[in-house]
Ligand binder design. Structure first.
Ligand code: ZN
Ligand code: ZN
Length: 92
């Protein structure tokens, strides 16, 4: 059957280093190829990631309202917002 080819295949794989695109899983033998691929295909994603990083660096963690998903820079703002939710509930 195809048993003869298996050994050869292993040797080939052992000698080739592979790098993967973390965004789409594309495989290349050189890291520089992946870098240029990412720059040409996933620039938008990188830009949005940068935005996230700067926001995280600015303040602490994101404060997210579990009720409606609104985000706030400061926990105090989230608290105020949550109070408005509980007020709504009281009215009903
Ligand atoms: Zn990719
Ligand atoms: Zn909310």
């Amino acid at each position: 059957m195809g048993e003869v080819g298996e050994e050869k295949r292993e040797v080939v794989f052992r000698d080739i280093r592979r790098y993967y695109c973390e965004f789409c899983g594309l495989c290349r033998s050189k890291k520089s190829l992946i870098s240029s691929h990412i720059q040409s295909h996933h620039q938008d994603v990188i830009e949005s990631l940068k935005d996230d990083a700067t926001e995280n660096a600015k303040g602490s963690k994101m404060n997210i309202c579990e009720e409606c998903g609104a985000t706030f820079q400061k926990p105090a703002h989230l608290k105020q917002h949550l109070q408005s939710h509980s007020l709504e509930i009281e009215i009903f």
